[in-house]
Design a protein around this ligand. Structure first.
Ligand SMILES: NC(=O)c1ccc[n+]([C@@H]2O[C@H](COP(=O)([O-])OP(=O)(O)OC[C@H]3O[C@@H](n4cnc5c(N)ncnc54)[C@H](OP(=O)(O)O)[C@@H]3O)[C@@H](O)[C@H]2O)c1
Length: 233
């Protein structure tokens, strides 16, 4: 049973904090696959997952997404009609959250090279592309060889962007999990058994594990909406 809209807003509210809070949002099959046969995840969770996806966007200051996902899923800047304007105004949030796309190679979908959006990369990213992007988007280039995530999150926080929503994909998620920077995972479990080569929702070269505590679970006719919070000492 899924609570009504007002209750859902409370269940998915970000905690009050003056530091960045990183929420990740994923859908998976029962066996943990991060995408369906079409190579995308959108069809897995059905309408209820889309509703929660939109609610989470409505609650966020900024949406971080890996360039792979942005390219595969055809990401575009969030439009006012994509989010709940009333909710955002009640929370004192900007009309729309910017998309911050993460890329090493700086192969950014054209639609996201647009004023108001962010690109997150390392300081040693390809210089010509870096220069060109800086004309249009806000570039956060921290770290050598790899993105310095604490520096990126501190920079977002200094701009008042503490409600961080990461929409994947698995490579980006794996890095954030490895660094223990994920504060909560909102995971929709689709009632689908699959097999094949799709990755799990977090993958990385080395194994790590972190304890998580169940925040809530709702059964939407077999689609499970779960929220898990990182247990920190
Ligand atoms: N189940 C779900 O909820 C869910 C959610 C999101 C995505 N997906 C699916 O996952 C698949 C994509 O997987 P993926 O692992 O390739 O996605 P991804 O993490 O979005 O993309 C990987 C790419 O993003 C950039 N990137 C990621 N982390 C980075 C980092 N720390 N530093 C610099 N660049 C970084 C790199 O881009 P460059 O190559 O440009 O350097 C890298 O090649 C798609 O099929 C998508 O549909 C599923």
């Amino acid at each position: 049973m899924v609570p009504d809209r007002a209750e859902l807003e409370r269940f998915y509210a970000y905690p009050v904090t003056d530091r960045p809070w990183v929420r990740t949002n994923f859908v998976s099959t029962l066996d943990g696959a991060a995408y369906a046969g079409d190579g995308k995840s959108g069809s897995l969770g059905g309408p209820v997952d889309k509703e929660i996806f939109a609610l989470m966007r409505s609650l966020a200051d900024v949406i971080i997404v890996g360039a792979g996902t942005a390219r595969t899923e055809g990401y575009e800047p969030v439009q006012p009609e994509d989010v709940d304007a009333d909710l955002r105004s009640r929370l004192g949030l900007a009309p729309v959250p910017p998309i911050a796309v993460v890329s090493r190679r700086l192969d950014i979908p054209d639609a996201l090279v647009s004023p108001g959006q962010f690109v997150i990369t390392s300081a040693d990213a390809p210089p010509a592309a870096l220069e060109m992007l800086r004309d249009t988007v806000d570039v956060l280039a921290f770290g050598e060889g790899q993105v310095d995530w604490p520096a990126v999150l501190a920079e977002l926080s200094s701009r008042g962007l503490n409600r961080v929503l990461c929409e994947g994909g698995p490579s980006l998620h794996g890095e954030l999990v490895g660094l223990d920077l994920v504060d909560e995972l909102c995971l929709t479990i689709a009632p689908v058994m699959s097999s094949g080569a799709a990755p799990r929702i977090a993958h990385s070269p080395s194994f790590v594990e972190h304890a998580m505590q169940l925040g809530h679970v709702f059964d939407a006719d077999g689609v499970l909406l779960t929220r898990w919070v990182r247990t920190r000492p």
